[in-house]
Design a protein around this ligand. Structure first.
Ligand code: FAD
Length: 328
């Protein structure tokens, strides 16, 4: 098959328009100049596809639109107020509360995956619906996710409806930035009376992190912050990252290890015990079950959302003190 013929940059609108559509060709001029109307509605576009034309662009404009913002964000968030590690259901819920209630704080989310959302895109096994036990339904009302009320619990018709909604709310907040495809490789520490305090994160592109064994010298980047909230999920190739690092840096002795499944005890325990594990590091969601030896809960997600709320509350309790310590 031969390659497509090069097309003149000047759009020959008059040649392409049929007689019938030419009568409707109000949006493209005879010389091909775009008549893109600012604020044109979808309804106005419908039925006009033969005459359709995007506004012109040069490729470098696309590059600059992305890179300028990205590097400005890297600069802005190199000193963050709170870093959230992991954009699963717990981390996103924490970000929502913090970002909404404290517009004065710069909240930075670091997510290892290209696709944020963690394990909350399906309900359990490969089923669609998401179960949340009451009173976590309050959070669904807060973010505007509809559900079926089944008495002691509610059911969202698809887990992705929860995850996409909370993510859209978080990303729309002006004081929240998510860097995805970026992972936390280490924690920044400062001497503290009890050992060390956590005062930021060490980051790298996830794809770079995955190749430290077969490429040389790919040093990381850093983000200083007086407070880090770690919600990296249960142990796995990437999960339970911060608490495993606390063990290897001898800041905590060992992990409790996630126990067998018991929905009733597990959900309460995760929410109640979401806390600052060491100064500067709050742990929530399933990562906490690895520290405390809490039961796993399986496919019921209320504890993840409410653990995020509790993590945000704990963060605000200690933020001023940690910010003062971190200034030195
Ligand atoms: C395969 C699978 C197994 C599950 N097993 C259980 C179970 O045993 N018990 C249970 O209760 N629920 C389980 N679930 C249900 C559900 O995933 C979790 O309860 C829930 O998603 C945990 O929410 P979270 O926010 O704590 O963590 P997650 O939803 O796991 O989100 C953690 C996020 O952190 C990111 N991350 C990890 N490490 C880093 C890092 N170093 N830097 C940056 N980002 C990082 C991950 O990419 C992820 O997006 C499972 C789900 C799946 C898909």
């Amino acid at each position: 098959m031969s390659p497509p013929a090069a097309v003149s940059p000047t759009f020959q609108g008059a040649e392409l328009a049929t007689t019938a559509t030419a009568t409707k060709a109000s949006k493209v001029g005879l010389n091909g100049e775009s008549k893109v109307q600012p604020g044109q509605s979808i309804d106005e576009m419908m039925g006009q596809w033969d005459n359709f034309k995007f506004a012109p662009i040069r490729e470098s404009q696309v590059s600059r639109a992305m890179t300028r913002r990205y590097f400005q964000d890297l600069d802005t968030y190199a000193e963050s107020d709170i870093v959230i590690v992991g954009a699963g259901s717990c981390g996103l819920s924490a970000a929502y509360v913090l970002g909404k209630h404290r517009p004065d704080l710069k909240i930075c989310i670091i997510e290892a995956s290209v696709s944020p959302g963690g394990g909350a895109w399906l309900g359990g096994q490969l089923f669609s619906a998401m179960v949340m036990r009451k009173p976590a339904d309050a959070f669904l009302r807060e973010i505007g996710v509809p559900y079926d009320d089944e008495g002691n619990y509610v059911v969202v018709k698809h887990a992705a409806l929860f995850t996409s909604t909370i993510m859209s709310k978080v990303l729309a907040l002006p004081n929240v930035k998510m860097f995805n495809a970026t992972c936390v490789e280490d924690l920044i520490t400062r001497p503290d009376e009890d050992g060390v305090r956590i005062s930021g994160v060490v980051t790298n592109w996830t794809l770079v992190s995955m190749h430290h064994d077969d490429q040389s010298c790919m040093d990381p980047n850093t983000i200083n912050a007086p407070l880090v909230i770690s919600t990296t999920g249960h142990d796995g190739p990437m999960g339970a990252f911060s608490v495993k690092r606390l063990v290897s840096m001898q800041r905590i002795e060992k992990l409790g290890g996630m126990r067998g499944l018991d929905m009733n005890s597990a959900e309460d325990a995760i929410v109640k015990n979401t806390r600052e594990i060491v100064p500067g590091l709050i742990v929530g969601g399933m990562e906490l079950s690895e520290v405390d030896g809490a039961n796993r809960m399986g496919p019921t997600f209320g504890a993840m959302a409410l653990s995020g709320l509790k993590a945000a509350e704990e963060a605000l309790k200690v933020f001023d003190l940690r910010a003062k310590q971190n200034a030195i």
